[in-house]
Ligand binder design. Structure first.
Ligand code: NAD
Length: 471
């Protein structure tokens, strides 16, 4: 949605346009329209229809923006949102119901409940790597909680962004749900406005800009960020299954451009030799020349391609590229690449890789992994452990602080709706998915009911010494 600037005859979206959008949505919100159960159901059903009738267009947009394989688009971008809509349609009337709360002697007799009310007009700012999932999944939560919504998709996935704008306008209630397309100027104009909540998905640098803008209006935020998600591999495992599950979470998720993708492996020196298992499975999945494979996404743009190329070139000096390394600059392709014996102070260990490179770090004892995780990049969005050792699993859960943990698999936890999806520390704050999405966009209103009986005189002045003894 862009505003026409008649003087210069070009479309601009500035703070004034942003203000108009928010005003229109606020006017709709105060009518109470979005609060009704019926409106919420209608919008969620319309979203399902939208996904169902436009799957080929969505797959084509994702192919255009990222060469994303159809299987990944269907499973991770469409199916997960579809499941979120269905869950909300099934559970929303329970979620909306006031929740009974205990009272105490202090207010006897009384009853209490927690009432979920919509926050108002909310802003969802999303990222390019899963442009439909990270745009629409929060919108499902905001609709089910009864809010009016502005969605700002990422300009870095432009075909997906314009398809989202078209589909949302065609299928959803445009008096209450709008898409604003654009980059930094448009997002900045939106951030100047007063929102009732902002859910931002992206990197930590921009998250700080979002949070600072939100602070001016005391707007609460949910920040869904990333980080260096480690995988600890212990030698007592089913190597073949573990290898496949690491590959699925890394290269099978947008070629490593996913927030929960394994960022690096930590294993013991003796076990690092098992890297051949990766070579074998990668060749089985992506063929002898992975740049020819239709099952790998490309790198999103040339600046990310250059960033990742620099990491490969730097690491060539200090570590061994034991697999992959092939690149095609014209098509923005990088093959699955494994680097062995990467020094912990190398460039590749300083930032989230967000691409198809997988360094392996070796340690003498597996227990050293926990310290290493905490010393390299704070609290990650996810951490993974492959082992059959019960004690080690327990220690992992007790010791490692991350948004989420998975034992003996990678990335799949985000498909479990009963688990909150959230970062901690540098990887974000606030959670969503399933009922957590409903809660993220609701205010939990405390309501206490009293009658006129049992009016204890104790609380009223004069505060005599005797009253003090009765406390
Ligand atoms: P991006 O470049 O698409 O940026 C995200 C959003 O921020 C976009 O809508 C963009 O327009 C906006 N933006 C960019 N610069 C801005 C500025 N200066 N002011 C205001 N808005 C601005 O995405 P990205 O940040 O490259 O995304 C990758 C990061 O996101 C990775 O760190 C990844 O781990 C993380 N991520 C997290 C999740 C999650 O759910 N936790 C999901 C996907 C990606």
């Amino acid at each position: 949605m862009l505003m026409e600037n008649k003087a210069e005859n070009k479309a601009v979206f500035d703070a004034e346009s942003a203000n108009e959008v928010v005003k229109e949505l606020r006017d709709s919100f105060v009518t109470g329209k979005t609060k009704s159960y019926r409106w919420r159901v209608t919008q969620l059903k319309a979203m399902l229809k939208m996904l169902d009738e436009n799957e080929p267009q969505i797959v084509a947009a994702l192919r255009d923006d990222l060469s994303k394989p159809e299987f990944e688009s269907s499973l991770y971008e469409i199916q997960i949102v579809n499941n979120s809509c269905r869950l909300a349609l099934k559970e929303m009337n329970h979620w909306m119901m006031p929740e009974k709360a205990k009272t105490s002697l202090t207010t006897f007799p009384s009853s209490a409940e927690i009432v979920s009310e919509p926050l108002g007009v909310v802003l969802v700012i999303s990222a390019w790597n899963y442009p439909f999932l990270v745009s629409l999944d929060p919108v499902v939560g905001a609709i089910s909680a009864g809010n009016a919504i502005v969605l700002k998709p990422s300009e870095m996935a432009p075909t997906s962004s314009s398809l989202l704008a078209k589909l949302v306008a065609d299928y959803l209630d445009s008096s209450c749900i709008k898409v604003v397309e654009g980059a930094v100027p448009e997002t900045s104009a939106l951030l100047e406005q007063k929102w009732d909540k902002i859910l931002y998905t992206g990197n930590g640098r921009v998250a700080r800009i979002v949070m600072a803008a939100a602070a001016k209006h005391l707007t609460p935020v949910v920040l869904e960020l990333g980080g260096k998600s480690p995988v600890i591999v212990v030698s007592d495992i089913n190597l073949k299954v573990a290898t496949r599950r690491i590959i699925a979470g890394k290269w099978g998720c947008n070629n490593g451009q996913a927030c929960v993708s394994p960022d690096y492996i930590i294993t013991t020196k003796d076990y690092a030799t098992k890297v051949d298992s990766f070579k074998c499975e990668l060749e089985r999945f992506y063929g002898k020349d992975p740049l020819e494979s239709k099952d790998l996404s490309r790198i999103v743009n040339s600046s990310h391609f250059d960033r990742l190329s620099k990491l490969i070139d730097e690491e060539k000096v200090s570590s061994k590229i034991v697999h992959g390394g092939q690149r095609n600059e014209k098509n923005l392709q990088i093959a699955p690449t494994i680097l062995l014996d990467v020094p912990v102070n190398s460039l590749i260990m300083k930032e989230e890789i967000f691409g198809p490179l997988l360094p392996i770090i070796t340690v003498d004892k597996v227990e050293q992994s926990f310290d290493l995780i905490h010393s390299s990049g704070g609290k990650p969005l996810a951490a993974y452990l492959f082992t059959n050792n019960k004690k080690l699993k327990r220690k992992f859960v007790e010791t490692v602080s991350a948004g989420g943990l998975v034992v003996n698999d990678t990335a799949v936890h985000l498909a479990i709706h009963s688990l909150p999806f959230a970062g901690v520390g540098e990887s974000g704050m606030g959670s969503y998915h399933g009922k957590f999405s409903f809660d993220a966009f609701s205010h939990k209103k405390a309501v206490l009911y009293r009658g006129f009986a049992g009016d204890a005189f104790l609380r009223y002045p004069p505060y005599t010494p005797r009253k003090l003894t009765l406390l």
